[in-house]
Write a protein that binds this ligand. Structure first.
Ligand code: NAG
Ligand code: NAG
Ligand code: NAG
Length: 337
């Protein structure tokens, strides 16, 4: 659970960076381009209306932002499910976890399985999961007062922060050694990690991490690939590749969650019906995504027959306002608890 100070920091961060966001997924690569355009336009219009009503109230704007990202995820599930493992969807979910304090796992299609069809060259979902874990470990680390001397405690808190930053960075360097670290959010991580409580100057963490073992402070191995907590002076060389999708846009031949599925955030439950394949341009040419290699366009055609013939739809047991209110009420409880 986030502390009150954390939420205040988050709110400040939100005020600085939260704005209307758009997905970077282009409709032309979607299973049903026109449904995706309609869906994302609707989300943007509703979010604009929601943020207007907030009249600058930051908690209110955060609530609108949560609803906005959930809306975009529904658009992908509905009409762009073939991009569910793409870098662009990974980035959308990463932003959701950064900007929406009530975001909880699980969210659809995330993290992508390893070697997913048309998956991102770097599994950003796994990195974001590691970063979320590092933040939780930091919170329990600073509240674990198993030492009593104030000097010891102050040093330990610094160590907790260094371990947090190290855990996030180590997960990035180990999970995607070939990817440019800033493309995995390394630079944002330096900034966001320091917002959670004490300011951590990563450059000075070397000596701190020499005297404290992160494992002994309650930190789990940073990634499934390694239990190394890197220090400023022993980080592996930076990768050099930008993010790219590894397969053709038609590589995923059927909606990964089946044609109808439900998912929930706070008290809201969505039921999403995936659209069958309606992208004739992509089916005809079999054009791949950027940096694509792999299977040809025929896969998409096969996928179309597997899905139901009903059109795309997102149904919500509550009204749209309820989505935002649900996020808002959780935020308010967190602030005033
Ligand atoms: C879309 O791309 C822009 C420019 O690269 C980036 O600033 C923004 O964060 C991206 N949005 C999402 C949701 O990925
Ligand atoms: C490696 O990437 C990090 C994070 O973006 C950056 O701060 C650092 O300057 C890079 N190192 C080199 C040698 O380019
Ligand atoms: C608290 O700290 C002690 C020693 O610093 C460590 O052994 C223990 O695992 C920590 N407890 C939790 C819950 O992290």
């Amino acid at each position: 659970m986030l502390s009150k100070t954390t939420l205040v920091s988050l709110t400040a961060l939100g005020a600085a960076s939260l704005a209307l966001a758009q997905t970077n997924i282009t409709a032309s690569v979607c299973a049903d381009p026109s449904a995706f355009t309609t869906c994302s336009t609707k989300v943007l219009t509703e979010s604009t209306g929601c943020m207007d009503i907030c009249a600058g109230n930051k908690i209110c704007v955060l609530g609108c932002g949560c609803a906005m990202y959930q809306g975009y995820m529904n658009c992908v599930a509905e009409s762009c499910w073939n991009q569910a493992y793409s870098c662009e969807y990974d980035e959308l979910v990463a932003e959701y976890f950064i900007e929406c304090p009530v975001a909880t796992q699980p969210v659809p299609f995330w993290p992508a399985p390893d070697n997913a069809p048309s998956g991102c060259s770097c599994n950003l979902g796994k990195i974001v999961q590691s970063v979320i874990k590092a933040q939780k470990e930091y919170n329990s680390c600073i509240t674990n007062s198993s030492t009593t001397s104030p000097i010891e405690l102050a040093n330990k808190d610094t160590a907790c922060g260094c371990c947090e930053v190290s855990a996030g960075l180590s997960a990035m360097y180990e999970t995607c050694p070939d990817t440019i670290p800033s493309d995995m959010g390394a630079d944002l991580w330096f900034k966001t990690a320091t917002l959670y409580g004490t300011v951590i100057d990563w450059g000075t963490c070397g000596s701190v991490l020499d005297s404290y073992k992160c494992q002994n402070l309650g930190f789990a191995p940073p990634s499934s690939k390694s239990n190394t907590f890197y220090k400023p002076n022993n980080l592996p060389p930076n990768g050099t590749q930008t993010l790219y999708n590894t397969g053709a846009v038609t590589a995923l031949t059927a909606p990964p969650s089946g044609s109808v599925f439900s998912w929930s955030q706070s008290t809201v439950t969505y039921t999403v019906t995936a659209s069958p394949w309606k992208n004739n341009d992509v089916k005809a040419t079999g054009t791949g995504a950027s940096g694509a290699s792999g299977s040809s366009g025929t896969a998409g055609a096969a996928g179309a027959t597997k899905t139901s013939s009903t059109g795309a739809a997102v149904s919500l047991k509550q009204s749209n306002a309820a989505v935002w209110l649900s996020a808002l009420s959780v935020l308010i409880k967190m602030t005033f608890a």
